[in-house]
Design a protein around this ligand. Sequence first.
Ligand SMILES: [Zn+2]
Ligand SMILES: [Zn+2]
Length: 139
Amino acid sequence: MICPVCKKDMVDIEYHQIELDYCTRCNGVWFDAEELELLLDQADLKDHDLPLDDLLNLPEAKTSEKGRKCPICNLKMKKTTIGKEPEVLIDACFQGDGLWFDGGEVNHLIKQIATKKKAEASSQQQVLGFLSEVFKAEQ
Ligand SMILES: [Zn+2]
Ligand SMILES: [Zn+2]
C-alpha cells in the first residue's frame, strides 16, 4: 500500500490479528475499516466513546493540513477530529475503506481513552508499548 503523504510503499505490520500499514518515513499509520476497533479491543478499551461508526457524519475539520487520498480507492478523504484535549485530526475514506493517522496520533488517542477509562494498566501498556516500539512515536 502507498503512503498517502509520502507516496512511497508502506510496510505491513501485524499485531495479534491486526494488520496495519505503516510508513517508515512519516510514521503515519493506515487502519483498514474495523482494525482500529480491533486494536482498542486488544487494549481493553472496547467501551470507548469514540464515534467510530459515525465518522463520516461528523463535521469536516477546519485545517490547513493538506488533503489526502485514500490508499485503497484513491479518492480524497475526509478530515475530521476525534477525541478531546487534544483532538486528533484524522483522515477517513468516504467509502469506509479505513483511517489514516499521522505519526504519533494513534498513541495520543489510545492514551487519551485509556486515561479516561482507567483501563487495566497491563493490556493498555502492552498496546502502547507496541505502538511506541513499532511506530517509533514519542510517548
Ligand atoms: Zn509517509
Ligand atoms: Zn477509500
